[in-house]
Ligand binder design. Structure first.
Ligand code: BGC
Length: 749
């Protein structure tokens, strides 16, 4: 058989590379390049069945231990040399990726470059805030910047592909993976999904600073019953299409190169075997031309799901459903050859999967430069450079949400005499990096204590941990109380450990874990003003804290620059500007509590018995979606709908006057929610449709116009088609999902 990579093929490859370089990526799915498809035809024609299967197989290189890389074992070298691996994950560092890539492109017969994948979720060597916190910026540019920096660093270390963005809508904060996504809202989630794809993939996939995005987990993984990871999802097709799928589509429209099938089943069919998801929606409706990878072992997990009888059966179901690459389950590696021999999988199906994977390798430019310009020198210059650290601090402070600030306790005066920094998260290097921090070095975390000491003379700052995050030990609480008594103000840093959220890290209670509640009450009892600084990977239930403490700052897990970012906000060099991307319940038993719920026939009314409510808790959340304070205040007036009657092809504009009524400059996020009053299917009580950030000087007034296309009001009807129905709509414009001025407009035929 002739070598697959002939001279004429090499010319075509070069041409393709030039074409793709010339194409200004611009964040849209590139149209097929005829030259690339032709190159793929030639490669396919020269591959053995075993080599084709190899392209569909991804192995882990073991957990990565840093850019220096780990020593790869001989078994992996052999598989690469024999063309039995198309991709590796968890191998990082320019030297180790070079070494393996060299085997693939020089020693294997087909000479097809490997694809190196890694979970680059919120940073690489510079750790940014967890994605949920980044979503709290409500700023697409900040989120794009974080992904851009992460991509630049990861690409310099030989990574081609990230398993991100995670775009799962999460309405149940018990689910630990809410930390990895953008919260509860499809619109905000879509904005963030697209921003991350743009950031990761840059101008063009072949750019040396680009890494290919993988939108995950397709689909509805966040709908897990009871908020328990990997659990069953039973969801109507309308909710699937209107709530869970929009961020996937937004990521695809932004040019995402790959999708990852989720672990869960949906309505009885595991995603990895769902032809409906992987072919009908993804390929036929959305025309996606990249490839789909399974989640870790998810093809094999169709056996315990009770959907496949054997690994061979699982492989057959997955590839015929449209799943192209097998991450780690080995079902493809061990069974595809016999499935093709038995004609249970057609050569055309196999070739299509290989084609999609090769197409993305071409788009990444790997046939032209299999090393994607990563070198040890570039890596050393790129990782954690000063600009990246500065970007991490910037994004981190934007992610902080001020939840309460009574009597203007914040910002703190810099000349405040004595500050007590208390709590298990006050001087903690491990937890602020959050879940999925990859190759982070926790020594680089600036703790809250470090940040405060850098902002004011260290001699005025006292410290006591008080208690651990979890466990029953209360021994340190009295020392913390003694420290609090000596101070003028207490910064009390409590919350969760990084491993209480993320994969397989779900909680049945959302209150502060361990004895932290005792610590909070004891410190509060000193009578000193307490600023609660929360570090956590999910919304928490904080009704006692919200009722009793004067100031609460939601600081999530902010990454390496935690302490500086929080200090910037505490001392007012940065006025808080974050907004909640998910509702905070009052008590755990209230979940799911999300703002865009349906109304029911007996809408909740806490004073009327026979309504949809609990007897023992208010129906509203503690802090609503979209909520966040700053160091000034705003008023809203004069809501006007510029065209109260519109056609479904028109747009709707809502104008409002916003005034800074406080004494400091500040930013407000003006939010537009819409309710479709009557539909052929019932509609949510509110849905976020647009928002705009404005910065106003004290006393300044501005007019804000938010426009949406009437098509943005579409929903999925009983026939599964999206439609805008004529009728009356209510518009709400305000500072969060629970407040705002109201207007109405009509969509006419
Ligand atoms: C997770 C994915 C991740 C993959 C590879 C799985 O356990 O669910 O989100 O990308 O592992 O690390």
């Amino acid at each position: 058989m002739k070598p697959a990579f002939s001279a004429s093929l090499a010319f075509l490859v070069l041409l393709t590379a030039l074409v793709s370089l010339a194409r200004a990526g611009g964040g849209v799915t590139p149209v097929h390049s005829a030259a690339t498809e032709h190159s793929i035809d030639s490669i396919l024609a020269g591959l053995t069945l075993q080599e084709k299967i190899g392209q569909l197989v991804q192995y882990t290189g073991g957990w990565s231990t840093g850019p220096a890389g780990r020593v790869i074992n001989d078994e992996q070298r052999r598989l690469i040399k024999e063309g039995k691996a198309g991709s590796l994950l968890n191998v990082i560092g320019s030297s180790v990726t070079h070494e393996l890539q060299k085997i693939a492109v020089e020693e294997s017969r087909a000479k097809i470059p490997l694809l190196f994948g890694l979970d680059v979720i919120h940073g690489f060597k510079t750790t940014f805030p967890i994605p949920l916190a980044e979503a709290a910026t409500w700023e697409a540019d900040a989120v794009e910047l974080s992904a851009r920096v992460s991509a630049t660093e990861a690409a310099s270390a030989g990574v081609h592909w990230t398993f991100a963005p995670m775009v799962d809508i999460a309405r149940d904060p018990r689910w630990g993976r809410i930390a990895e996504g953008s919260g509860e809202d499809p619109y905000l989630g879509s904005v963030m999904a697209a921003a991350r794809v743009r950031g990761f993939q840059g101008r063009s996939l072949s750019d040396p600073t680009a890494i290919m995005a993988c939108v995950k987990h397709y689909a509805a993984y966040g709908g897990a019953e009871g908020g328990r990871d990997y659990n069953t999802v039973d969801v109507s097709e309308q909710t699937l299409r209107d709530v869970y799928l929009p961020p996937f589509k937004a990521a695809l429209d932004a040019g995402a190169g790959t999708f990852m099938a989720s672990f869960n089943e949906i309505n009885g069919v595991p995603s990895s075997g769902s032809r409906f998801l992987l072919t009908t929606i993804l390929r036929d409706e959305w025309a996606f031309d990249g490839f789909v990878v399974s989640d870790w072992g998810s093809i094999g997990e169709m056996i315990p799901h009770g959907y496949a009888a054997t690994p061979a059966h699982a492989a057959e179901l997955a590839i015929n459903a449209g799943l192209d690459m097998d991450m780690e389950s080995r079902c493809y590696f061990e069974n595809l050859q016999s499935l093709v021999d038995q004609k249970r999988v057609s050569t055309a199906t196999l070739d299509l999967a290989v084609r999609r994977i090769l197409r993305m390798k071409f788009r990444l430019g790997l046939f032209a430069d299999p090393y994607h310009a990563s070198t040890p020198e570039r890596e050393a210059k790129t990782l954690r450079n000063a600009a990246h650290i500065e970007a991490a601090r910037n994004v981190a402070r934007k992610a902080i949400v001020l939840l309460k600030n009574e009597r203007g306790i914040l910002p703190l005066a810099k000349n405040v005499k004595t500050i007590a920094v208390i709590g298990p998260l006050a001087h903690n290097h491990r937890d602020p990096v959050g879940t999925w921090a990859g190759p982070t070095d926790t020594n680089n975390v600036v703790t809250l204590l470090d940040g405060v000491r850098a902002a004011v003379p260290a001699s005025r700052v006292l410290f006591a941990p008080g208690c651990a995050i979890d466990g029953r030990d209360t021994a340190g609480i009295s020392a913390a109380v003694t420290v609090a008594r000596q101070a003028d103000v207490v910064l009390l840093a409590v919350g969760e450990s990084e491993d209480m959220s993320g994969e397989a890290c779900c909680r049945s209670t959302l209150e502060l874990p361990g004895r932290q509640g005792d610590l909070v009450r004891a410190v509060h009892a000193t009578g000193k003003p307490v600023v609660l600084v929360l570090m956590n990977g999910r919304p928490l239930a904080l009704s006692w804290e919200a009722a009793n403490l004067p100031a609460i700052l939601e600081a999530w897990f902010l990454g390496h620059e935690t302490g500086h970012a929080i200090a910037d906000v505490l001392f007012g060099s940065y006025a808080p500007s974050g907004r909640l991307p998910a509702s905070f319940p009052r008590v755990t038993g209230q979940v799911p509590v999300y703002y865009n719920h349906k109304n029911t026939g007996r809408p909740s009314n806490d004073t009327v018995h026979y309504t949809s409510r609990y007897l023992d808790v208010a129906s509203t959340p503690q802090f609503p979606f979209g909520f966040g304070l700053t160091y000034t205040s705003f008023s809203y007036a004069d809501l006007a709908i510029t065209s109260p009657r519109v056609k479904a092809t028109d747009s709707v504009s809502v104008r409002i006057t916003v005034k800074n009524t406080g004494s400091r400059e500040g930013e407000e996020v003006v939010q537009l929610y819409v309710r479709d009053e009557v539909g052929s299917m019932t509609r949510p009580v509110k849905e976020l449709k647009a928002y705009r950030r404005v910065r106003l000087q004290p006393g300044q007034t501005t007019s804000v116009t938010l426009s949406i296309a009437a098509t943005d009001l579409a929903f999925t009807g009983a026939d599964m088609r999206r439609r805008v129905e004529p009728g009356m709509f209510t518009a709400y414009v305000g500072p969060n999902a629970a407040e705002g001025l109201v207007g109405r407009f009509e969509v006419v035929e």
